[in-house]
Design a protein around this ligand. Structure first.
Ligand code: DX5
Ligand code: ZN
Length: 217
């Protein structure tokens, strides 16, 4: 079953707790939390104290996507804040193996993310160690961008590799996913869909989830 992870980046931050509760009631599987530092990406969002508050507002797992340079410096803080899964970018990590194991040693699931132009080759010697790979389908930094179509081929290739090796690794896809293209993303092999603007800018969150799930039958 494909999971849906609404990204709170597009939520109304003046009533974040209610937004998260509504997403949960609508049938979301995870809450995707985008952390941006103004260095790795040209935007700034939130830090560990906000993640800690979000944790209190939801029973859903928190899927924390670190779009920050030198992520090692903040793994402890985000783990302590209540992250259930921490994703770091391959492009931002110098010692990816060490960082992934550091996340897991904190009792948190560990994932690696690749920007749209980063080759799957960087996963060769880390894929067996991670719980999930997050493939970016936009250049990270902002919500509401257009899905980059080459991502579909990338998802398919990664799915084949994971199947061949019989690894237990989920593929999450993030950026520009809406009710229209969700079917293609699922067909290509995605296990988790992140949805920001297409989810939180909709009038009825449950309808969005229903429309995505329709693609699965
Ligand atoms: C982009 C973030 C995404 C973003 C997705 O840098 O990582 O999670 O919130 O938003 P949409 O679905 O609007 O592209
Ligand atoms: Zn994200």
């Amino acid at each position: 079953m494909v999971k849906i992870a609404p990204s709170i980046l597009s939520a109304d931050f003046s009533k974040l707790g209610d937004e998260i509760k509504e997403a949960e009631e609508a049938g979301a599987d995870l809450i995707h939390v985008d952390i941006m530092d103004g260095h790795f990406v040209p935007n700034i969002t939130i830090g560990p104290p906000v993640v800690k508050s979000i944790k209190k507002a939801s029973t859903l797992p928190l899927d924390v996507h670190l779009m920050i340079d030198d992520p090692d410096r903040y793994i402890d803080a985000f783990a302590k804040a209540g992250s259930d899964m921490i994703t770091i970018h391959a492009e931002a990590s110098v010692h990816l193996n060490r960082s992934i194991h550091y996340i897991k040693n904190n009792g948190v699931k560990a994932a690696v993310s690749l920007n749209p132009a980063t080759s799957l080759d960087v996963l060769d010697f880390i894929l067996s160690e991670v719980d999930m790979v997050l493939l970016m389908s936009v250049n990270p930094g902002f919500g509401g961008q257009e899905f980059i179509p080459q991502t579909l081929y990338k998802i398919k290739r990664l799915k084949d590799i994971i199947r061949d090796k019989k690894y237990n690794v989920d593929i999450e896809v993030d950026g520009g996913i809406n009710t229209h293209n969700a079917g293609d993303v699922i067909k290509a092999g995605a296990d988790i869909l992140v949805m920001g603007s297409a989810f939180f800018h909709a009038d009825n969150y449950a309808e969005v989830i229903k429309a995505v799930r329709k693609h699965i039958q």
